[in-house]
Write a protein that binds this ligand. Structure first.
Ligand code: IPM
Ligand code: MG
Length: 353
């Protein structure tokens, strides 16, 4: 097959890990006889520096013309002045909105060899395999913001339509998995959450009566994620709760550097990004963990290009490299030898063949 992929390396370790994801995709293209065409564009702080805009028009048109978009990371101290009017993160939020990728899929899968990388007890981690589905283009992230000398506000809005479409995506994933859906909200306090819960209960009863539905308040969910993580199959939640709960869930796996994501809308064109940030302190030092980026590339192969066998080959290769003992510094045990970003990628590529 032929496909065009727009790469947005962004800031900090974004370029380091994007290069690794690209190498793996090139190996896959070669091995399975596909033609993948890559185009690199600017986003985030790098785009502010070069053009004065965190999401230049050229980046938007290139993403809209692509079959899939891969993003490294955005942000960093250079652009974090609270008084700054331009922020790298605006570029990413705008891009998610323009591409209409309202469903952010974040799989949390434990690698047996890495149980010691997690601060949690091994017996709690046994059997953990969940998908967190985060609503990505609504809620408090996108509501009107105000600021004056004495106060500030961020408006949180959800429409019935926005809730229905994300719940349907989550329920469809649950149908293909263990048939369990946990919807997380704060319905004891927030009106948007009461709408979310009403819509969820009505839609699930009408359209997915076979799926087991559980509802949790977000504070309780944060606790249950640590006390009984293996019970969860698919978790669905609003934008901000999903952001927070997935960083928490990364500690089940042991490192943010392991968690990929796919952001999907109504077409096959998706946006793929590791869930970690730009980690400016380790940028350019060839020590960042490329696994989250490479696993995001696997999701790109699966969800945008329909290449399931290729996606599984990449995921198996990541598992293979870990089983063979390759560890970047974030997942190495005390005193265990570490490999570089590029050496980890070499090992994953070796496991591909
Ligand atoms: C994420 C990140 C982003 C978010 C930031 C960089 C805007 O934390 O993808 O989880 O909050 O969505
Ligand atoms: Mg986040």
């Amino acid at each position: 097959m032929e496909a065009v992929i727009t790469l947005l390396p962004g800031d900090g370790i974004g370029p380091d890990v994007t290069a690794c994801a690209r190498r793996v995709l090139e190996v896959i293209a070669d091995k399975y006889d596909h033609r993948l065409v890559f185009a690199e564009q600017l986003i985030g702080g790098a785009a502010i520096d070069a053009t004065g805009d965190p999401l230049p028009a050229r980046t938007i048109s290139c993403c809209e013309a692509a079959d899939a978009v891969f993003l490294g990371a955005v942000g960093g101290p250079k652009w974090s002045d609270p008084k700054a009017t331009l922020r790298p993160e605006q570029g990413l939020l705008q891009l998610r909105s323009i591409l209409g990728v309202y469903a952010n899929i974040r799989p949390i899968r434990i690698y047996d060899e890495l149980v010691d990388a997690s601060p949690l007890k091994a017996e709690i981690l046994k059997g953990v395999d969940m998908l967190v589905i985060r609503e990505l283009t609504g809620g408090i992230y996108f509501g009107k913001k105000t600021r004056d000398e004495k106060s500030a506000s961020d408006l949180c809005t959800y429409t019935v339509h926005e809730v229905e479409r994300i719940i349907r995506v989550a329920a469809e994933f649950a149908q293909k998995r263990r048939g369990k859906l946990c919807s997380v909200d704060k319905a004891n306090v927030l009106e948007t959450s009461r709408l979310w819960r009403d819509v969820t209960n009505r839609l699930m009863a009408a359209e997915f009566p076979d799926i087991e539905v559980e509802t949790l308040l977000v504070d309780a969910a944060a606790m249950h994620l640590l006390s009984r993580p293996a019970d969860f199959d698919v978790i669905v939640t609003e934008n901000m709760f999903g952001d927070i709960l997935t960083d928490e869930a990364s500690m089940l796996v042991g490192s943010l550097g392991m968690l990929p994501s796919a952001s999907l809308g109504d077409s096959t064109r998706g946006l793929y990004e590791p869930i970690h940030g730009s980690a400016p302190d380790i940028a350019g030092r060839n020590i960042a963990n490329p696994c989250a980026a490479i696993a995001s590339a696997a999701m790109l192969l699966r969800h945008s290009l329909g290449l399931e066998a290729e996606a599984m080959a990449v995921e198996d290769a990541i598992g293979g490299a870990i089983a063979a003992g390759a560890r970047t510094v974030d997942i190495a045990a005390d005193g265990e030898p570490c490999v570089s970003t590029t050496a980890m990628t070499d090992e994953i590529i070796r496991c591909l063949s």
